[in-house]
Design a protein around this ligand. Structure first.
Ligand SMILES: [Cu+2]
Length: 63
Protein backbone atom coordinates (compact mmCIF):
# COMPACT_ATOMS: atom_id res chain seq x y z
CA UNK A 1 0.00 0.00 0.00
CA UNK A 2 1.09 3.57 -0.54
CA UNK A 3 0.46 6.26 2.04
CA UNK A 4 1.03 9.99 2.09
CA UNK A 5 2.37 11.02 5.46
CA UNK A 6 2.67 14.62 6.57
CA UNK A 7 5.05 15.90 9.20
CA UNK A 8 8.19 13.91 8.46
CA UNK A 9 11.10 16.35 8.43
CA UNK A 10 14.21 14.25 8.97
CA UNK A 11 15.63 10.74 9.10
CA UNK A 12 14.55 10.54 12.73
CA UNK A 13 10.94 11.01 11.67
CA UNK A 14 11.34 8.44 8.92
CA UNK A 15 12.72 6.00 11.46
CA UNK A 16 9.83 6.66 13.83
CA UNK A 17 7.37 5.94 11.02
CA UNK A 18 9.23 2.74 10.09
CA UNK A 19 9.21 1.55 13.68
CA UNK A 20 5.54 2.29 14.20
CA UNK A 21 4.62 0.40 11.03
CA UNK A 22 6.84 -2.50 12.09
CA UNK A 23 4.87 -2.80 15.33
CA UNK A 24 1.61 -3.56 13.53
CA UNK A 25 3.09 -5.23 10.44
CA UNK A 26 6.31 -6.97 11.50
CA UNK A 27 6.70 -8.88 8.24
CA UNK A 28 6.09 -5.96 5.90
CA UNK A 29 8.79 -4.11 4.03
CA UNK A 30 8.60 -0.36 4.63
CA UNK A 31 10.05 2.22 2.29
CA UNK A 32 10.00 5.90 3.26
CA UNK A 33 10.54 8.75 0.82
CA UNK A 34 11.15 11.59 3.20
CA UNK A 35 10.85 14.58 0.86
CA UNK A 36 7.77 13.32 -0.93
CA UNK A 37 6.15 12.15 2.28
CA UNK A 38 5.56 8.78 0.72
CA UNK A 39 5.45 5.62 2.75
CA UNK A 40 5.25 2.35 0.89
CA UNK A 41 4.35 -0.78 2.81
CA UNK A 42 4.85 -4.07 1.02
CA UNK A 43 3.54 -7.32 2.34
CA UNK A 44 0.92 -8.35 4.82
CA UNK A 45 -0.37 -5.27 6.57
CA UNK A 46 -3.74 -3.97 7.66
CA UNK A 47 -4.19 -0.49 6.19
CA UNK A 48 -6.25 0.90 9.04
CA UNK A 49 -3.83 -0.46 11.64
CA UNK A 50 -0.83 0.98 9.79
CA UNK A 51 -2.47 4.41 9.51
CA UNK A 52 -3.42 4.34 13.20
CA UNK A 53 0.15 3.42 14.19
CA UNK A 54 1.66 6.25 12.14
CA UNK A 55 -0.83 8.74 13.56
CA UNK A 56 -0.08 7.54 17.07
CA UNK A 57 3.56 8.36 16.40
CA UNK A 58 2.50 11.95 15.76
CA UNK A 59 2.18 12.22 11.98
CA UNK A 60 -0.86 12.80 9.81
CA UNK A 61 -1.81 10.43 7.05
CA UNK A 62 -3.78 11.56 4.01
CA UNK A 63 -6.83 9.40 3.40
CU1 LIG B 1 12.40 14.32 12.30
Amino acid sequence: MDLLVQGMTCEGCAGAVRRSVAKVAPDAKVKVELKAGKVQVEGKADRAAVIAAIEKAGFSVAR
